[in-house]
Write a protein that binds this ligand. Structure first.
Ligand code: NAP
Length: 287
């Protein structure tokens, strides 16, 4: 069984990004800068932002944490986003989810300049993925999954890919990205009856349902490549991150599998900064 090691690849991507950024800075360009807006004080969000800060520091990216009060009115938040759009020293803008209920997530995402939308959620970037235009920004988790597979020599064109999950954040963009790479794609969801009927024949199985250990021995077959996107934090008997795949049952059957933690999670962070670097170079070229 081949382990699809996201941590190792993340570190390789970090050093590649650092080399590329150093080259720009040595030519006199400013360092890349990303602003992460957090509304309120969600502890998990703060932890995610800290991780992004650490990664940014390693590679020479300035990560600015814009922390706004929980009860900020939506129009004030929009003003903050517009100011970051207009700030030439900022190359990426992220709204850390979740936002409080009185804030409309879609309205805020649409307010971000598509050029700086490094999460790839703005409708312009969604459209670019939909029509297979290469100048858009692909969501980081989707990009991370593709990079992890391609780096490990997994052929995508012509393969039978099954994505379990159809969220706008993960399932749908991932299915579309595989389709753009000439895979034959099936998307399953919570109303799919007899899940194993679809998952077992897959050449590549992407599990992104958020249901711990959903994928078990009866859902897979020898020769399959399994990517586990799911992350659920279980507190008992100890605090641990659990994937959508029952790793111990599945690992002995399939050809390759990504672990949780240490698979898609680290790849998502690395891919986010690849998106930022792409945005940075595009913005610099535009002048
Ligand atoms: P989500 O918005 O809750 O979507 C889950 C999707 O899975 C939905 O489409 C749902 O179907 C489907 N689903 C739920 N139960 C199912 C079942 N029993 N069988 C088949 N499909 C089922 O979650 P998300 O944002 O896409 O995230 C999915 C998972 O990935 C979560 O664990 C999340 O924490 C993780 N994640 C990880 C990373 C990373 O970097 N590794 C990044 C993002 C997300 P319906 O549409 O019918 O409800």
């Amino acid at each position: 069984m081949m382990l699809l090691d996201g941590k190792k690849l993340r570190n390789e991507i970090a050093s590649e990004l650092k080399t590329s950024i150093d080259a720009y800075v040595s030519k006199g360009y400013v360092s890349p800068k990303v602003a992460i807006i957090q509304v309120g004080m969600n502890k998990e969000s703060t932890l995610f932002i800290e991780n992004k800060k650490k990664f940014g520091q390693k590679i020479g990216v300035e990560v600015v944490h814009v922390h706004l009060p929980y009860n900020i009115p939506e129009d004030e938040l929009l003003k903050e986003i517009y100011a970051l759009n207009d700030d030439n020293s900022v190359h990426g803008v992220i709204i850390q989810m979740p936002v409080p209920k009185h804030i409309r997530r879609e309205v805020c995402v649409e307010a971000i300049s598509p050029l700086k939308d490094v999460d790839g959620l703005h409708s312009e970037n969604v459209k670019a993925l939909w029509v297979h235009r290469s100048d858009g920004i692909v969501p980081a988790t989707t990009r991370g999954i593709l990079t992890l597979l391609e780096h490990n020599g997994v052929l995508i064109e012509g393969r039978n890919v099954v994505v379990v999950g159809r969220s706008s954040l993960v399932g749908k963009p991932t299915a579309m990205a595989f389709l753009n790479k000439n895979a034959t794609v099936t998307v399953c969801h919570s109303k799919t009856p007899n899940l194993e009927f679809y998952t077992t024949p897959a050449d590549i199985l992407i599990a992104a349902a958020g249901v711990p250990r959903l994928i078990r021995s009866q859902h897979v077959r020898p020769g399959q490549v399994v990517v586990d996107v799911g992350i659920t934090i279980e507190e008992v008997p100890e605090r641990v991150a659990v994937g959508d795949v029952h790793f111990d049952e599945v690992a002995d059957i399939v050809h390759a599998i990504s672990p949780v933690p240490g698979g898609v999670g680290p790849m998502t962070v690395a891919s986010l900064f690849q998106n930022l670097f792409d945005a940075y170079t595009r913005i610099i070229k535009k002048g």
